[in-house]
Design a protein around this ligand. Structure first.
Ligand SMILES: [Fe+2]
Length: 294
């Protein structure tokens, strides 16, 4: 079999797999030249340009939503839970700044994350995360040539588990953008709340962040996701949280990067997953290029 044949076979497998997961009528990911594909990408790009958040309703096949929920529930007990107090930057506080300064605002962080290496390969979300046709669509939506899976051995693809009375407080993400999929909606609340582009490289805008931490939501937007909906979000520049919820909430976070080799920082990785690997220690030596606090 030639290399070309092997490549063709891989493509077919990925494509067949995609048809088993994605609502290809509304999102024909295998037909970039179709009007429907172009429209989906355009709408997504417009939403991202407007406020850094795009909503792709019903991206997952309706008849697979229940299976995704079952598969996710089956591993949700493997989530690492931690009662931690964290500031929005997942950094240490600064005693030279006031108690009310955002850097010194420590909030309860009590939801859990199931790490990528604890998920069986047979899980639909794991197949979708690694599917290069899906990745190419996400890259198109982001206006990027290519995106890469996280090189992080335990992060990159995670299930966020929010049992009753747990919180995912105000924070920024480590990576520039995140793709999330709603798996189980809580009975009440649990909306995704965010302040678009509140900080930029070189400008933390602490004043506006402090207002939000003080409860001023005038510059905060809210998005309610249904099961099977996908969301693209620029989380490195927009502070965000999951609002308090009644009942269990499950969502999947697909982390991709613009460059290969993306690995989380040690403190945040320990906070979220309760462990780190040698790869994290090595990566810590590399300084971030944008100079932001966390
Ligand atoms: Fe986040």
């Amino acid at each position: 079999m030639s290399c070309a044949d092997t490549k063709h076979q891989d493509d077919m497998t990925e494509l067949e797999s995609l048809y088993q997961m994605v609502n290809m009528l509304d999102y024909p990911l295998d037909d970039k030249n179709s009007e429907i594909y172009k429209k989906a990408v355009l709408v997504c790009q417009q939403q991202l340009a407007n406020d850094g958040c795009a909503h792709l309703p019903n991206l997952i096949r309706e008849d697979k939503i229940e299976l995704i929920r079952e598969q996710s529930e089956a591993v949700s007990h493997l989530a690492n839970f931690h009662e931690n107090k964290v500031n929005p930057y997942a950094t240490e506080g600064n005693p030279e700044l006031s108690e009310s300064h955002p850097v010194n605002r420590f909030q309860t962080f009590s939801n859990g994350f199931v790490a990528k290496d604890l998920m069986p390969e047979s899980m639909i979300i794991k197949k979708l995360y690694a599917n290069t046709i899906f990745q190419s669509f996400i890259a198109d939506c982001l206006g990027k040539d290519k995106i890469y899976e996280y090189a992080d051995p335990i992060a990159g693809l995670v299930i966020n588990v929010n049992p009753e009375n747990t919180t995912l407080p105000w924070h920024y993400d480590t990576n520039e953008f995140i793709v999330s999929l709603m798996i189980l909606r809580p009975e009440e609340g649990g909306e995704f709340q965010y302040s678009p582009g509140i900080r930029q490289p070189g400008d933390e805008n602490y004043e506006e962040v402090q207002k939000i931490l003080d409860g001023d939501l005038t510059k905060v937007k809210s998005l309610t996701l249904n099961t099977g909906d996908l969301q693209l979000f620029m989380g490195r520049f927009s502070i965000h949280r999951v609002a308090p919820a009644k009942g269990k909430r499950l969502s999947t976070l697909f982390g991709y990067a613009e460059k290969p080799g993306m690995i989380g920082r040690i403190k945040r990785t320990k906070d979220v997953y309760g462990r780190v690997t040698d790869a994290h220690i090595e990566a810590e030596k590399q300084a971030r290029e944008d100079g932001l606090a966390g």
